[in-house]
Design a protein around this ligand. Structure first.
Ligand code: PHE
Length: 340
């Protein structure tokens, strides 16, 4: 019988013992009356005196070692009993759960798109990387046209020299007017929410990236007064109060006439000591779709009319939440985000 082997086995297995009943099983196996060690002691009588002494001492040391292991483990288990995993100290203060929430831009985007959806607009999306053709030429802004100056552009390095159309990061969502009309016949009403990019120095009211919601409604006899009615409805839905809407003449090559749309709140925004009341605030560019765009889409002559608009999403959020710096939307400042 290899006593050394038994000792090693006993030592290894006690580390797995976690409770009193397992410890008792361990004791019976290694220290009990029928354990290998006890049987060994019984067999000593058959040996000579010298043999008895030598083997007996060795077995004794092992037995002492195993009983000390046993005692240690017992104390260990007993002292841990009050902290065992099923013990709950109900007097301990709880751990505060921090819950995240949607970003203010996501909230406002959802608000605005919901309002338009209620009025029958479908939501369409388009590519953020555009060709020069869709972003400019197809919108009556050919190379060299002074209107290109209105959109400082982030161009994408061509992959090879002979690339036909130059690529860019779209400067507005208007290219989707063209893309949509290429593949759809009127009547329709759509909005296109999405990210836009401009090569600009950033300050409190300019960011290199921002969001627009493009709108396009085409049908028979669609006029600017239809547009005004819809915008009034949407803006009142977003701000939950009566709002005045006014048009100022403006110029965009893909609409005629072109306008800029301002709004004015009739009362304070809830919970804000806001100056916003009685102030005219610009929220979008818009106008009646230029006949050139219909021609490019292959629509029947003089049959259709429509309006288009490009709404600044950050503008709306800044007015609604009284945010005075557009850069905060893209900053990781938790103090800003926690206000929403
Ligand atoms: N795309 C224009 C801009 O970014 C806004 C606009 C959209 C104007 C649709 C007219 C019609 O400034």
């Amino acid at each position: 019988m290899d006593l050394g082997q038994i000792e090693k086995e006993a030592e290894n297995s006690i580390s797995l013992v976690k409770n009193t009943s397992d410890l008792e099983k361990w004791r019976i196996k290694y220290l009990g009356r029928k354990s290998a060690l006890s049987l060994f002691f019984n067999s000593l009588s058959k040996l000579s005196l010298v043999g008895k002494k030598k083997q007996g001492q060795k077995a004794n040391t092992i037995r002492q070692f195993l009983s000390s292991l046993y005692k240690e483990k017992k104390i260990d288990i007993e002292s841990n009993a009050s902290f065992s995993s099923d013990f709950i100290d109900i007097t301990q203060p709880g751990e505060k759960m921090r819950q995240g929430h949607l970003h203010p831009l996501t909230l406002i985007l959802r608000d605005i798109t919901n309002s338009f959806q209620k009025m029958g607009f479908s939501i369409i999306e388009g590519p953020e990387i555009e060709t020069e053709y869709y972003n400019f030429d197809a919108l009556n802004i050919p190379a060299g046209h002074p209107a290109r100056e209105m959109w400082d552009t982030l161009w994408i390095k061509p992959e090879h020299k002979n690339q036909k159309s130059k690529m860019l990061l779209r400067t507005h969502t208007s290219p989707m007017q063209v893309r949509f009309m290429e593949t759809h016949q009127p009547p329709f009403r759509i909005i296109v929410p999405g990210k836009c990019f401009r090569y600009e120095a950033t300050d409190a009211s300019h960011e290199i990236q921002f969001h627009q919601i493009e709108g396009l409604m085409v049908g028979e006899n669609i006029s600017l007064s239809n547009f005004k009615a819809i915008i009034e409805e949407v803006v009142e839905d977003i701000f939950k109060q009566k709002v005045l809407v006014r048009f100022r003449p403006s110029y965009f090559p893909f609409v005629s006439p072109g306008v800029e749309v301002d709004i004015k709140m009739k009362s304070k925004i809830k919970g804000q000591k806001s100056k916003v009341k009685d102030e005219w605030l610009e929220i979008m560019g818009a106008g009646i779709v230029h006949p050139d765009l219909f021609k490019r889409a292959g629509y029947a002559n003089n049959r259709w009319q429509g309006f288009a608009f490009g709404l600044g999403v950050e503008r709306i959020a800044m007015i609604k939440y009284r945010i005075d710096d557009i850069r905060l939307f893209f900053s990781p400042d938790v103090r800003f985000l926690e206000q929403f």
